[in-house]
Design a protein around this ligand. Structure first.
Ligand code: ADP
Ligand code: MG
Length: 673
């Protein structure tokens, strides 16, 4: 295909590769076998008939339809076109000639018509119209016909692959072979969806996912861990220094972490806690276990800003205990970086806080005992592994604020042990959340001005425009200009295109109170902590995922003052959209929100997974196929128990499966021994 179509296919299917196209499954199938006489057609019927073109009735104005009158021996039909060139239509439907047309019939003033027929071909090309035509999800610029052609082309490339399924299981389910399955899902033999073929492909995908996680886990667990049995002096001191008491959930999670760190097995734990649930202090206390025993601890954040914030928040606490903390990010260069690397390598740095710069090969730890990874959904499975590989038997704690429902936890983390911070620190006031139609923006801003005069600070998050950073930016800049005009000079703008230093500078100004309003694209999504910010405005809230809205809302309500979240929407809202936004008004429970979002939208959207690289299933449908997932989980564990290196014939076939789903990383763990 040409570069233009390749781009569109990438947008539609995730890539122009053969498999990307083959995994783009039809959502429906149209039966085009009906070929009635025109006098017999019924409203709503899809027909494929041979007609003679009678006359063209071009439109007088652009907004009017262009009609082409056709007939057979029994009656008439109109073909109706909007915004199509006259010359082109005359070429496609020459007066006096016969054409075969296909499309859905409707009636207008008693005459049957087809608006934009799906196919118009010469009588001798009739076979080009498929009797049963699969219907694919499309994107602007790609027609079903083009997608269909690409699918047919792609099918020509598929080889016969070895079977990676358990034979008995496959037989019991009456599943077809892989290549049969992939053909079946595109060439429907009747109007029913080929359920068995689809289920089989979904299972393949889930198995690849579970097998990857099982491999990673077995690699991690195989290396035995360390036994950290600190007396707890440092912890005692730190807890005494805190201005608050730990919540029950924090204590419980810490006890679970302590038990893991004490045990000779490697810790592989997920600390799941909603925004503001107090994960950072749990992380700090866990680090003390390692440090007190003479080992190092590392904390990795997904962004510079967040790494800095952790550094600034934790350093006073830790240095108060006489612990040496350093920050390492991609921004450290030259001499300074050298010095830091040395301190990490010789153990002078006891706690290291940074970004993924910590992964780099040049970073060597003297003795990394605990690796903590914050806001993990931005990192991939292999990155987790890499950081922990920087030490011997390093314990791993992953922290996530994404409230992932149970089923999804399994797909994302396999059987990592989970601690949950399901209790918020006391004293938080609920965030007053309101839905506001965009027409009411001016009175809302008037209200904001009064609140700003009282010392409140405002985040203003700008619309997420369809996968385009450039458009996001344009929208944010426009809003920024307007708000400056309305509110005054103390308005700042932050977005993904700024250099890290520039982002920091703006962020600092907002944190210090030199700015009243911070206009942002979604870059502030992760972790930022400005307790004085009490108002969150989210524009085009209807375009965000609920979990994303929840995360954004979590940026306010961090201080003692009452906070607000204004969800600006552009109507009219559909029923689902309205329901979704109402969920935000009704609850602040991240898990509940995630569950509702899953019900209302589906797994793909809930996590914004396309951006996050977490779990993105093309073929499986987690909401409906929980049992299949459980089966894949069991299967994967059995496979790894029996054949940990994937060396048996089935193991070899499973390697192919992993390649198909681009789980090459997992295969590399196998070969790296
Ligand atoms: P998150 O889980 O989103 O990372 P943080 O660790 O940033 O949450 O904590 C949010 C805020 O709550 C911080 O200001 C922190 O000092 C405070 N905090 C944490 N634990 C408690 C507690 N037990 N009681 C009161 N405040 C707490
Ligand atoms: Mg945090």
């Amino acid at each position: 295909m040409g570069p233009k179509n390749a781009k569109l296919f990438e947008k539609l299917t995730g890539g122009p590769k053969v498999l990307d196209i083959l995994w783009h499954l039809p959502v429906d199938v149209v039966d085009r076998s009906a070929a009635p006489k025109l006098s017999d057609v019924k409203p709503g019927q899809v027909i494929t008939v041979e007609v003679t073109v009678d006359k063209h009735a071009p439109n007088q104005r652009k907004s009017q339809p262009y009609r082409v009158w056709c007939r057979d021996e029994s009656g008439e039909i109109n073909l109706v076109f909007f915004h199509m060139g006259k010359a082109w239509l005359e070429k496609m439907l020459p007066v006096g000639e016969k054409r075969v047309i296909s499309g859905r019939v409707e009636f207008y003033n008693g005459t049957p018509q087809i608006v934009h027929p799906d196919a118009v071909v010469k009588p001798e090309e009739r076979d080009e119209i498929e009797k049963l035509e699969p219907v694919y999800p499309l994107t602007q610029g790609l027609t079903n016909k083009i997608v269909r052609k690409a699918v047919k082309g792609a099918l020509g490339f598929i080889p016969t692959l070895p079977n990676w399924l358990d034979e008995a299981y496959k037989k019991r389910n009456q599943w077809p072979d892989w290549h049969e399955a992939i053909k079946a899902v595109h060439f429907e033999k009747d109007t029913d969806i080929p359920v068995k073929a689809r289920t089989r492909l979904a299972y393949d995908e889930l198995l690849a996912n579970q097998l990857t996680l099982a491999l990673v886990r077995s690699r991690m667990k195989k290396k035995s861990g360390r036994e950290f049995k600190p007396a707890g002096m440092l912890r005692e001191k730190l807890i005494k220094a805190l201005p608050f008491a730990l919540t029950g959930a924090q204590k419980r999670s810490l006890a679970e972490i302590d038990a893991d760190m004490e045990s000779p097995l490697k810790m592989l734990r997920l600390l799941q806690g909603d925004v503001g649930s107090g994960k950072t202090i749990v992380a700090a206390l866990a680090m003390l276990n390692a440090v007190e025993c003479g080992a190092q601890a590392a904390l990795m954040a997904p962004t510079e800003i967040l790494a800095r914030q952790h550094y600034e928040g934790l350093t006073p606490l830790l240095e108060g205990l006489g612990i040496r903390v350093i920050a390492l990010t991609g921004r450290d260069k030259g001499k300074e970086r050298e010095v830091k690397l040395q301190q990490i390598a010789n153990g002078a740095a006891q706690v290291v806080i940074g970004t993924h710069a910590l992964f780099q090969e040049s970073v060597e730890f003297a003795d990394l005992g605990l690796a903590i990874i914050d806001e993990q959904h931005r990192f991939g499975v292999h990155q987790r592994l890499e950081l922990s590989n920087k030490g011997k038997g390093t314990d791993v704690l992953v922290m996530t604020a994404t409230p992932i429902p149970r089923t999804l936890t399994l797909t994302a983390y396999g059987d990592m042990d989970v601690s949950r911070l399901d209790e918020k620190p006391p004293g938080r006031k609920p965030i007053d959340t309101r839905l506001i139609p965009i027409e009411k923006i001016e009175p809302m801003v008037e209200g904001l001005k009064r609140q700003i005069a009282n010392g409140d600070r405002v985040y203003w998050v700008c619309p997420l425009v369809e996968e385009s950073e450039k458009l996001d930016l344009a929208a944010a800049e426009e809003r920024y200009d307007i708000l400056k005009h309305w509110i005054g000079e103390r308005v700042g703008l932050i977005h993904g295109r700024l250099k890290p230093e520039e982002k920091d500078a703006v962020m600092q100004k907002f944190a210090k109170g030199d700015l009243d309003v911070l206009v942002a694209t979604t870059v502030i999504e992760v972790g930022v902590n400005v307790p004085e910010a009490t108002i969150m405005v989210i524009e085009h809230a209807e375009r965000f995922g609920l979990s994303q809205l929840h995360q954004l809302r979590g940026r306010v309500g961090r201080g003692g003052d009452k906070s607000y979240c204004f969800l600006l929407y552009t109507g009219p809202l559909g029923e689902t959209a309205r329901e979704r936004l109402s969920v935000m008004r009704e609850t602040e429970d991240g898990f509940l929100i995630a569950e509702r979002d899953l019900e209302l939208r589906g797994a793909g959207d809930i996590l914004g997974v396309k951006q996050s690289g977490l779990v993105f299933f093309r073929l499986a449908n987690i909401e409906g196929q929980g049992e299949l997932l459980a089966a894949a989980y069991d299967d994967a564990r059995l496979i790894i128990d029996k054949d940990p290196e994937l060396k048996s014939p089935r193991g070899e076939a499973l390697r192919t499966l992993l390649y198909l789903f681009e789980r090459d990383q997992a295969i590399r763990y196998l070969s790296s021994g």
